[in-house]
Design a protein around this ligand. Structure first.
Ligand code: ATP
Ligand code: MG
Length: 394
């Protein structure tokens, strides 16, 4: 004994009653997959806590901790020293394990949780004992129960005791794979990667669909989307990315459709294509990064015109978000710097000078008849590229 482990506190899962098993299984699966390339770990769950224990010297605990911080379903995580259930050993371990911090701070308190009710001391007694020992060892310290610089936590559990400092906030959400599967339309912009992250946060497995129009859109623009998805997949797990070539379709729309409706027409074709792919991939919904009123194609009327071509639900997790809120999230998931790289998107080529902000459905349907939509869509869907996105080595 005497090794260091990571303790993960489960979130909403704990409330899911009958489904609890499914939730825990999905969570453990996500964790194990992510930890593979950080060394050999045992991952097990007992009473709303997951234990991540290194099984070999070379297992990288720091890396494991970073990975765990991005797993949905976990509300808090902390590295902890595992120690025998012996009060003397516990207090010695507390002094040793937290030495560096204890030397730097001036006040602390000890909090204890005892789930092993057979342990001969009650929580307040354990706290008092450990506190007294730390005061003796570090005479510069004082106890402050209201605003301590550090809370020393002791947990006495069935299998052993643990000592650690404050738990850090986890990724929240619910484990990916428990909320169904959705196809998210992904561009190189700020919004859609954040929307993808938010869908995954609610347990949804993602398939990503990207429309490219080479040579108007470049290889770099495509690569940008791949890099964005890699960031998202640190949270969302493996993502299948499907790239659809929209060049011919866009040229036809540009050449033959009423100019001020071309944006909404393009978006209708995007959703049609996405729905077909989504069905083949076993998805039950689509998702986009739209936010109400952000641009001409994101008015309620324009959204109604695009949604009219699909029967699957289209989720828009950012519909009520301000740009500043989206930016904040993009910093948080580290997609911001990639998103602002200046590459073109198929939505930004051939843009009309005055897109109609309140398109009327039957005019849009009429305007669309100028091209062989069905034929072009079939061709586009015959010409797709697939790749698996996963940020780690294995
Ligand atoms: P984003 O920041 O996500 O690019 P945006 O504010 O630029 O969004 P639009 O370009 O109008 O808005 O796109 C709205 C939504 O349509 C995007 O959030 C995305 O879901 C989808 N979308 C746009 N362009 C593409 C594309 N090339 N491939 C796939 N989906 C796209
Ligand atoms: Mg965009």
């Amino acid at each position: 004994m005497g090794k260091e482990v990571i303790l993960l506190k489960l979130g909403e899962i704990a409330l899911k009653g009958l489904n609890r098993r499914t939730f825990e299984d999905a969570l453990l699966k996500s964790l194990r997959r992510r930890l593979k390339s950080a060394g050999e770990f045992s991952v097990s769950s007992v009473q709303s806590t997951v234990y991540v224990e290194p099984l070999e010297e070379t297992a990288d605990l720091e890396l494991a901790e970073k990975r765990c911080a991005k797993v949905f379903g976990i509300v808090g995580y902390v590295r902890a020293a595992q120690v025998e259930k012996d009060l003397k050993k516990i207090r010695e371990k507390a002094a040793e394990y937290l030495q560096e911090t204890l030397e730097e701070i001036s006040s602390f308190k000890v909090e204890c949780k005892r789930s092993d009710k057979k342990f001969p001391y009650k929580s307040p007694e354990i706290s008092a004992e450990v506190g007294a020992y730390l005061l003796e060892k570090y005479p510069h310290l004082r106890v402050d129960v209201h605003h301590p610089d550090l809370v020393v936590r002791v947990e006495v559990r069935e299998q052993s005791a643990f000592v650690h400092s404050e738990t850090k906030p986890g990724a929240g959400g619910i484990p990916v794979g428990t909320g169904g599967k959705a196809a998210v339309l992904i561009s190189g912009g700020l919004d859609s990667p954040v929307a993808a992250y938010l869908m995954a946060k609610r347990g949804v497995e993602l398939v990503a669909i990207h429309f490219a129009s080479p040579p108007y859109t470049s290889e770099q623009a495509h690569d940008k989307v791949v890099r964005l998805l890699r960031k998202v997949s640190e949270y969302a797990g493996r993502i299948k990315m499907i790239t659809v070539n929209f060049t011919r379709l866009q040229e036809e729309i540009r050449d033959k459709c009423q100019e001020d409706l071309s944006t909404v027409i393009l978006r209708r074709f995007m959703l049609r294509a996405a729905e077909q792919i989504a069905r083949e991939e076993g998805c039950h919904a689509l998702a986009t990064g739209e936010s109400l009123g952000q641009v001409a194609s994101q008015t309620m009327e324009a959204i109604a015109c695009t949604d009219a071509v699909v029967s699957m639900p289209v989720f828009r997790p950012l519909i009520g978000a301000d740009k500043s809120e989206i930016v904040k999230l993009s910093y948080q998931i580290d997609t911001y710097d990639i998103s602002i790289e200046p590459y073109e998107d198929c939505c930004t080529i051939f843009t009309p000078k005055h897109p109609r902000t309140r398109p009327i459905l039957h005019f849009v349907e009429d305007a669309e008849k100028a091209i062989d939509g069905e034929g072009l869509l079939t061709k586009a869907l015959e010409n797709i590229e697939t790749m698996q996105i996963w940020p780690y080595e294995s």
